[in-house]
Design a protein around this ligand. Structure first.
Ligand code: NAD
Length: 215
């Protein structure tokens, strides 16, 4: 039994596990049964020392001179990440971003299913996106209960996001992926992961500026 939630596994390690899992699944799809830390690290975009350290937090894996068993390590990480049971997602805010997220086809293979879409606009409510009917955000609590939603993605403007987050948390959801440009206030037992493409691009711009300054 792996316990990732008790703080014994560093957050940065947890953040890299999905990359290891994806690399392992690619290897399995290619018919590879055994892999080395060098190969798995290379495919995951980390050093092999980092990979070995990360995996050491989860337990003891691999046989010296033989490598890692692809299937069993993938299963172990799948369990560690809580992906052996499917997570049911709701997306709130079905504009440009919400449409793109709803239509993303990669959820199923990674343990997720989009079961509910919500918006506030009459232009969108009642339409179907990726096969799911968009419902009004005022019904978010009922929808979460009916569809047994376990995670919510917020893709609405910043000004409405806190109210929606409060309703979502009030309905029992403890994991939120936030694209709205605000820092959400949530209780301590709620995990919010915020995505900021603009911020990531600014970091790349910093590296570009640093490289240019060094020339
Ligand atoms: N974090 C990132 O990297 C990133 C990237 C792109 C967009 N965004 C943010 O994501 C949000 C959506 O962007 P977009 O381009 O899809 O905008 P958009 O205007 O196309 O869509 C926003 C949608 O949210 C709906 N909405 C507004 N208030 C709502 C409420 N209270 N409850 C439910 N739905 C509501 C609108 O009706 C609309 O359909 C914006 O806040 C934007 O800043 C973030």
């Amino acid at each position: 039994m792996v316990e990732l939630s008790d703080g014994t596994v560093p957050a940065a390690t947890v953040g890299r596990l999905p990359y290891y899992l994806r690399a392992l699944r690619d290897l399995a799809a290619e018919g590879v049964d055994l892999t080395s830390s060098t190969e798995l690290a290379e495919r995951s975009g980390v050093s092999s020392a980092q990979l070995r350290k990360d995996l050491s937090y989860l337990g003891s894996f691999g046989t010296r001179g033989v490598g890692y068993d692809v299937e069993s390590l993938a299963s172990y990480i799948t369990v560690a990440l809580g992906l052996e049971t499917e997570h049911r997602l709701a997306i709130v805010g079905i504009g440009n971003l919400g449409h793109a997220l709803a239509n993303y086809s990669g959820y199923a293979t990674r343990g997720f299913q989009v079961v509910a879409l919500l918006d506030a606009s009459p232009d969108v409510v009642g339409t179907r996106v990726a096969g799911v009917m968009v419902e009004h955000v005022r019904e978010v609590a009922e929808v979460i209960e009916r569809e047994r939603v376990s995670m919510v993605v917020l893709a609405l403007p910043g000004h409405g996001a806190q109210d929606v987050a409060d309703a979502v948390v009030g309905s029992g959801v403890r994991e939120i992926l936030n694209f709205a440009p605000i820092a959400l206030q949530v209780p301590d037992d709620v995990v919010v992961r915020s995505v900021d493409v603009g911020g990531e691009l600014q970091i790349l711009a910093f590296h570009a500026a640093t490289r240019a300054a060094a020339l």
